[in-house]
Design a binder for this molecule. Structure first.
Ligand code: ADP
Length: 482
């Protein structure tokens, strides 16, 4: 086919106004990005569509496509420090954690770059009843094709990494994409577009648009020319996306909320379990959909574990993204801080007890103290709702049956962590916990090759591993009669 017609790249990010972006560590304004309106969304989708139909990316030889992804990986490796500072300023992560986000995003990109050229269908020679009443012979095969133009919507936690979980497999599959970052943390997504352009990705294959969820995000999800949406965010918004996608029956991948349990048995190695469980609810200040904030502890070791977690929470240094040595950063916004404190205060009013923390920190930035809560009841918001803050609730249990019922008593099913030295118990719980990933004697472990798929209201489909790229492919069956 002929060449793609020229569309001004600026159009794809032109909006009707701007969105202020604040540094959560200092509350300072650090930038403004376009608030993309319907026309800007239409333009971005049109650019993606045009590149898809003309095949400027999907039809390139696999080697050339892999080269682009590997070149982008090299640029990210060279610019890790710069990207980490940007991510930390947007999101509040300290520099070490932000560096980790960039590095694991790089791992994801390398992993999917390796898939390019290795995606293929199956073949079979069959003889079947022909329409004319006599046997026909066929050579049949399936081919896996990119699903088309994809809308990628990401949240503010680990934004560069979550963007890569979508962008890398979408591009590896040959799709064209429109990526919308969260309004709070747009900067590294904008960099990603720049990096891929520098790596040689044809213009218009990856388009980043900034804007608010209820306008820009909703316009992208409802867009009739988008074939698929992959969304990471809250279950409530996930439901809106399901409705909006109904118009043209978009394919959907949904990575939604969680309310994951950690279970500590009395045979656990507590030297490992206490810091592991501590980081399970405190990493990223609890702003992690897989964080394990319901902590079930067997009665005989309950007091010891509560004390251990309190000690652990107290000693983790909190500080802003630029403060050396800090391990726990602020929440992303004042709105998020108010939500976390609201859930906590509701629990306390109903009888929950704060063993440590429980308040906003008396300093600039949207900080909440690392908090351990006891004496909760199963109906409290603390136990039912995703908190997305540095709050862990410790709950005593008696035996295996009791804790299994309690752990599964949630509408979510994203993750679970289990601490025991008994192999049989570990296998039994890995079988019976209704969660997309189970960690035994570890927490928040992740690998690009291991899929994450939410059970129950935690999502549809999966990301990472083969499942991650399969999400951007569709199957065609070809019959060739001979
Ligand atoms: P969180 O609770 O993590 O902030 P949200 O689900 O509110 O997660 O937001 C995640 C992403 O979804 C953000 O990019 C946000 O702008 C976007 N978003 C919010 N509302 C909608 C919507 N109605 N349609 C599409 N995207 C939305």
């Amino acid at each position: 086919m002929s060449e793609v017609t020229e569309i001004d790249p600026a159009v794809a990010s032109r909006g009707s106004g701007t969105i202020p972006v604040y540094d959560p560590s200092t509350e300072e304004l650090i930038g403004e990005v376009p608030d993309s309106d319907q026309a800007a969304v239409d333009a971005a989708v049109a650019r993606a569509r045009e590149t898809f139909e003309f095949g400027v990316w999907r039809r390139l030889p696999a080697k050339q496509r892999a080269d682009v992804l590997f070149r982008a990986a090299q640029i990210i490796r060279d610019r890790t420090d710069e990207l980490a500072v940007l991510e930390g300023r947007d999101n509040g992560l300290n520099v070490a954690a932000a560096r980790h986000i960039i590095t694991v995003a790089l791992d994801v990109l390398m992993y999917y770059a390796g898939w390019v050229g290795k995606v293929h269908g199956q073949s079979s020679d069959v003889v079947s009843d022909g329409v004319l009443g006599h046997y026909e012979r066929y050579h049949n095969f399936t081919q896996l094709e990119p699903v088309g133009v994809v809308g990628l919507i990401i949240p503010w936690n680990g934004p560069f990494f979550v963007a890569m979980l979508k962008v890398a497999p979408a591009l590896a599959a040959g799709c064209s994409a429109v990526l919308k970052p969260a309004e709070e943390t747009p900067h590294t997504a904008l960099k990603l577009e720049e990096i891929f352009r520098e790596a040689g990705l044809p213009d218009g294959v990856l388009n980043v648009i900034t804007g608010y969820g209820e306008t820009t995000g909703a316009a992208l999800t409802a867009h009739p020319d988008v074939d698929k949406v992959s969304f990471t965010g809250s279950t409530e918004v996930g439901r809106l996306i399901v409705q909006a996608a109904a118009g043209n029956l978009k394919r959907l991948t949904l990575e939604l909320g969680g309310k994951s349990p950690a279970i500590v048995f009395d045979d656990a190695n507590l030297k490992k379990a206490i810091p592991g469980v501590g980081m399970g609810f405190l990493a990223g200040s609890g702003q992690n959909c897989s964080c394990t904030s319901r902590i079930y502890v067997q009665r005989g070791i309950y007091d010891q574990v509560v004390e251990g977690l309190v000690r652990f929470a107290k000693k983790l240094p909190m500080g802003g993204s630029a403060e050396p040595g800090s391990l726990l950063g602020p929440l992303v916004s004042e709105k998020q801080r108010q939500r976390v404190l609201g859930i906590l205060n509701d629990g306390v009013a109903a009888g929950a007890e704060v063993a440590t923390g429980g308040k906003a920190m008396d300093r600039r930035g949207y900080f909440v103290e690392a908090t351990v809560v006891t004496n909760t009841t199963p109906d409290m918001r603390l136990i039912r709702e995703e908190i997305f803050g540095p709050v862990g609730c410790v709950i005593p249990f008696g035996d295996e049956d009791e804790v299994l019922v309690a752990a599964n008593d949630t509408r979510y099913g994203l993750a679970a962590s289990l601490w025991t030295e008994k192999l049989g118990r570990a296998h039994w719980f890995a079988d019976e916990l209704r969660a997309g990933q189970v960690w035994v004697n570890c927490s928040i472990a992740a690998d690009p090759a291991m899929p994450i798929s939410g059970h129950k209201e935690s999502g549809w489909g999966g990301e990472r591993g083969w499942k991650g790229i399969e999400a951007y492919l569709t199957t065609k069956a070809v019959y060739i009669s001979h």
